[in-house]
Write a protein that binds this ligand. Structure first.
Ligand SMILES: Nc1ncnc2c1ncn2[C@@H]1O[C@H](COP(=O)(O)OP(=O)(O)O)[C@@H](O)[C@H]1O
Ligand SMILES: N[C@@H](CCC(=O)OP(=O)(O)O)C(=O)O
Length: 377
């Protein structure tokens, strides 16, 4: 696939049949922790027009915690997990009430979907999310997605919604991802640094960003900053989906294909959704270290990881959790979903399938990581 021009990417965004739009906390709230209804209504105006022109629109909206702390009487975004979770429970309801009213003025229905990272890595759960989203879109509804902050465990969570939005874009087979934030695009350095300049077009987000200096959030309510937005653009790019990153005020022009913000080209054709979830959705809980032969087999792309080639296991994980597969020198070779709990693995190490069946029983005959549950890194 030759590298497309910026104009081609902008056209693809304007012609998208399905578009995922992600909006950050700072674009929806005031500094005092109350929803900024004017900003929210302006965003909904742009999204509703896109939807009424025939596109399928999915909104990934942050802002539950930012919208909840003011009404609860706190001066600032809480920092402890329990209070954040309680604040999100309050803020999410307030956020949805505003969205329902705003979209309702255009006769557009909305539906709320709250997702935890854990949901997204289990095959049955992500198929469930996919089916519900597809059905909502068929029904002409705008799904509004957020991380399920009130229930997410602290160890496995997205935290920001940037990566979640890219995974959702892949899940709904979107034609474009639009990331809306409080800065009008990607800059050569954090915009507070003198001399930093907006970058209008990134033809290859995977390896062309060496010169760019990215920093964390610039606001008191956002999380992740530009780092997670670039990760999201990268996940979208390897899924074959172009991304536009700009400020929320530019939502309308961005969706119409105007040259606002920063456009990122896709870098290859669409990959398997499931493998992307495994590759990006959650932090691995442990590591399986493999010998050179198994490493080569795994890197070859079509082999499962068998116990015979594994030499050590680290960390505590359950069957189904994401794990690293590392070489003995510590190099990451792949990520995958473990076929066993970590405590079952030590007695399996180095044994071939016949030995495993004979010594431990039939139920130990399947691979440590099945090739369908494995992505190379
Ligand atoms: N190279 C960069 N270009 C643009 N913004 C940057 C860069 N590095 C860091 N940032 C910061 O990232 C912020 C946006 O991220 P964040 O606050 O998490 O927003 P959101 O709440 O929309 O997710 C910007 O306000 C900016 O201060
Ligand atoms: N799920 C959280 C999102 C946290 C957050 O601040 O995200 P973002 O503003 O997208 O960087 C919420 O709704 O408050």
């Amino acid at each position: 696939m030759s590298t497309p021009s910026q104009a081609q990417i902008r056209r693809r965004v304007s012609e998208a049949e399905t578009v995922v739009v992600k909006v950050g906390s700072s674009s929806l709230t005031q500094a005092d922790g109350h929803l900024d209804v004017t900003k929210l209504n302006a965003l909904v105006g742009a999204l509703a027009s896109t939807q009424l022109m025939g596109a399928r629109v999915v909104l990934v909206s942050s802002g539950a915690i930012a919208a909840g702390f003011g009404p609860l009487g706190f001066d600032a975004r809480p920092t402890d997990v329990a209070t954040q979770q309680a604040t999100a429970a309050v803020g999410q309801g307030l956020l949805m009430a505003q969205y329902e009213a705003a979209f309702g003025r255009f006769g557009v229905r909305v539906g709320q979907i709250l997702i935890t990272a854990e949901d997204t890595i289990r095959a049955t759960q992500y198929r469930n999310v996919q089916r519900t989203l597809d059905r909502l879109l068929d029904l002409g509804v705008v799904p509004i997605i957020n991380e399920n902050d009130s229930l997410a465990s602290n160890e496995i969570r997205f935290g920001d919604n940037d990566r979640l939005s890219a995974l959702v874009a892949n899940l709904v087979r979107a034609d474009a991802l639009v990331l809306l934030t409080d800065v009008d695009g990607l800059y050569t350095a954090p915009p507070s640094e003198p001399g930093s300049k907006r970058i209008a077009y990134v033809p290859n987000v995977v390896d062309a960003l060496g010169e760019v200096k990215v920093g964390g959030t610039g606001s008191k309510v956002g999380t992740g900053g530009m780092v997670t937005k670039l990760e999201a653009a990268r996940v979208a790019a390897v899924s074959g989906i172009p991304t536009v990153l700009t400020c929320a005020g530019n939502a309308g022009p961005a969706l119409m294909g105007d040259p606002v913000g920063t456009a990122f080209a896709p870098v290859k054709r669409r990959g398997s959704t499931r493998r992307l979830w495994i590759g990006f959705a959650a932090e691995p809980r442990g590591t399986i270290i493999v010998d050179a032969g198994a490493g080569e087999a795994v890197r070859g792309g079509r082999a499962s990881l068998l116990a015979a080639g594994a030499v050590e296991v680290r960390g505590a994980f359950s069957a189904g959790d994401p794990v690293w597969i590392d070489a003995e020198d510590g190099t990451h070779l792949a990520r995958g979903l473990a076929g066993y709990d970590s405590e079952e693995v030590p007695r399996m190490l180095g044994r071939n399938t016949t030995q495993l069946k004979r010594i431990l029983g039939e139920e130990y005959a399947h691979p440590l990581v099945h090739r369908d549950n494995l992505v190379l890194v």
